[in-house]
Design a protein. Structure first.
Length: 367
């Protein structure tokens, strides 16, 4: 059985050193007044992994509440990294790209996989359209949906990213429109399901090369079930909390796979009808070219009334009525938004997800 202490080196941009060697190099460069380049992005993790503590610090994203600082055991990071390396058939010497912030679990795990799997790590700026290194063919990269969407809208970026052998998209939901753009790419692309509390992903679903939308399938040593709310429960001895009870509403396909439907904490109860906003948002996606979401606002008669929240300046009365009519044509009378609320700019979490609850609070009150 592997021990996290056995993994003591890292290859960065083709140069391999021990973790202590990278620490000494950084210290020397800084003492002599030089920069440390890409090493600056990962030095904190290198220090955390190479010290004697059994854990490293991490931070939750705050998409369902206040961001929290937590401690993750290194042996659990090792187990998660080995699952991914095995599932994606990544081998020593393969190249990996870090284009995610390393203060969150997605970035930390890319560094961990490189140390544990002997991958050659390359670093690029965390932007909406990450740049690939010019002289290296990347074997493996992890991105968020917004990055993948931005890449897919640019012909040159699309051409370059189609040469990345394997890509996982995590940190948010891949909608039908983005999946349609990606499904015929020649490389291997997965959507991942996971969270900080599960140390990155515990399930993957293949996007490319599939005729129909595939369910998520759990990785080795992971088992799943549903609770009475229809939410996913994850079992594994390698998780910090076993079992991990999520707020993710799912449709079980079999004992190892599921379709993700939405979040229980976003669910709307309107006149006794329970509505999952994320399901409706997929249906009305073609109507929009700006960010939006569906929410429930307090209502004396219904308990909650369904509204559309738009990141936009207010529409004219005629345009607003036309949009409401278009949504009524796609949704049932219980599901269709009763009004449109406008917000100049959506509130986001630290890692760029829409913070629904805070955005709802930012809706201007009627004058």
């Amino acid at each position: 059985m592997s021990d996290w202490r056995d993994f003591k080196s890292l290859s960065l941009n083709g140069k391999k050193r021990s973790l202590q060697g990278w620490r000494a190099y950084a210290q020397q460069q800084l003492q002599e007044g030089y920069g440390i380049g890409d090493l600056e992005e990962i030095l904190e993790f290198v220090v955390d992994w190479s010290n004697t503590k059994e854990w490293i610090p991490a931070r939750t994203s705050g998409s369902t509440g206040r961001p929290k600082n937590i401690k993750i055991q290194k042996e659990q990071i090792l187990a998660s990294a080995e699952r991914t390396l095995q599932t994606l058939e990544l081998k020593e010497g393969d190249s990996a790209l870090l284009c995610l912030p390393n203060r969150f679990i997605g970035g930390k795990m890319m560094i961990a996989r490189s140390i544990i799997g002997g991958l050659d790590l390359h670093i690029t700026e965390n932007t909406s359209k990450p740049q690939l290194p010019e002289s290296v063919d990347i074997s493996f990269a992890a991105v968020v949906p917004y990055q993948m969407s931005t890449i897919s809208k640019n012909a040159e970026a699309t051409k370059r990213w189609q040469n990345v052998q394997k890509i996982i998209i995590g940190g948010g939901h891949v909608d039908n429109a983005l999946e349609a753009k990606l499904k015929n790419w020649p490389n291997v692309i997965y959507e991942s399901f996971g969270m900080t509390e599960t140390i990155s992903h515990v399930a993957l679903r293949r996007i490319t090369g599939q005729k129909e939308r595939q369910p998520f399938r759990v990785l080795d040593d992971i088992t799943i079930e549903q609770d009475e709310r229809g939410c996913l429960i994850i079992h594994s001895e390698a998780l910090p909390t076993n079992p991990t009870v999520t707020n993710d509403i799912v449709q079980m396909v079999d004992e190892n796979s599921f379709h993700w439907l939405g979040r229980a904490d976003n669910m709307i109860n309107s006149g006794g009808v329970k509505i999952i906003p994320e399901v409706l948002e997929k249906i009305i996606k073609p109507l929009f070219n700006t960010r939006y979401f569906i929410a429930g606002l307090k209502d004396e008669d219904l308990g909650e009334r369904v509204v559309l929240v738009l990141e936009s300046q207010p529409f004219s009365e005629a345009d607003e009525e036309e949009l409401l009519k278009d949504m009524r044509a796609e949704l049932s009378k219980y599901e269709a938004p009763k009004e449109i609320c406008y917000v100049d700019e959506f509130v986001e979490t630290e890692n760029g997800k829409i913070h629904r609850k805070k955005t709802i609070k930012a809706i201007p009150k009627p004058s």
